[in-house]
Design a protein around this ligand. Structure first.
Ligand code: ADP
Ligand code: MG
Length: 238
């Protein structure tokens, strides 16, 4: 069995079928990117995996455990949001430790974990600042730090770079990739930007209208796109 396994996952909002039967197997350590046009269901699929929305039907398992109905906080997954989701009035330290405090982790352990994450992310000298005293790239690193301190089994990223300018986007993309390798993490990364997808991914999952069109390495998608939709989407200038 795969590390993270999706079997015939479906999601409807009322009469609207948004995810229409997704099967996917992700190995430990993989960096998988969900890509596809706006509205195809990328965020919804990620939110189903995160447990932020209930799954209508199908099963989801992580590391051999069925987590289809497991509450979000008990799934061992951490979602990285865009940096504007930081708490503006809290320091970097408090932003990064918030989830641990909620989980009633002791102060000493929190300090060790936050210090370690801050070191990994080059944020040590900014721990006392508030988000508005940071650059966009630093803020995005804090958003990642909030996930790292929880030592999740899987990192889930939903377009984390979309509110950064082009230069920062490139740098932060490289940082995310390095971090993924350094942590030995398993990551799922959502983007509508095919260049971002092709440069980050071990495997790309191309979504269209709630279904998977193709799964493959970037090279496989370049060389053998399964159909016209994939070929056009991958070949599109960003
Ligand atoms: P993407 O992230 O690929 O842009 P989304 O997953 O956000 O797409 O949305 C996919 C479709 O599901 C869209 O048509 C959107 O309007 C619909 N949708 C998403 N969330 C909800 C919701 N809570 N209620 C109703 N429709 C939703
Ligand atoms: Mg989205």
């Amino acid at each position: 069995m795969a590390y993270l396994q999706l079997d015939n996952i479906k999601k409807s909002f009322g009469d609207t079928h948004v995810i229409k039967g997704v099967d996917l197997q992700i190995d430990k350590g993989e960096f998988v990117v969900f890509v596809g046009p706006s509205g195809c269901g990328k965020s919804t699929l990620l939110r189903l995996i995160a447990g932020l929305e209930p799954i209508t039907s199908g099963t989801l398992s992580l590391d051999g455990r069925d987590i289809t109905r497991t509450p979000s906080g008990k799934r061992d997954l951490a979602m990285v949001f865009q940096s504007y989701a930081l708490y503006p009035h809290m320091s970097v330290f408090d932003n990064m430790s918030f989830a641990l405090k909620l989980a009633k982790v002791s102060k000493d352990v929190i300090k060790t974990k936050v210090d370690h994450a801050a070191k990994t992310l080059n944020l040590t000298q900014y721990l006392h600042r508030t988000p508005k005293e940071l650059s966009g790239g630093q803020r995005q690193r804090v958003a990642i730090g909030r996930a790292i301190v929880r030592a999740p089994k899987v990192f889930l990223f939903d377009e984390p770079l979309s509110n950064l300018d082009a230069a920062l986007r490139g740098n932060t993309r490289v940082e995310i990739s390095k971090l993924h390798r350094a942590l030995g993490a398993t990551s799922i990364y959502v983007t509508h930007d095919q260049v971002e997808a092709m440069t980050l991914a071990d495997r790309v999952v191309v979504l269209r209208d709630g279904l998977i069109e193709q799964v493959g390495t970037p090279m496989e998608l370049y060389d053998r796109p399964a159909n016209q939709f994939v070929a056009q989407f991958i070949g599109m200038p960003s």
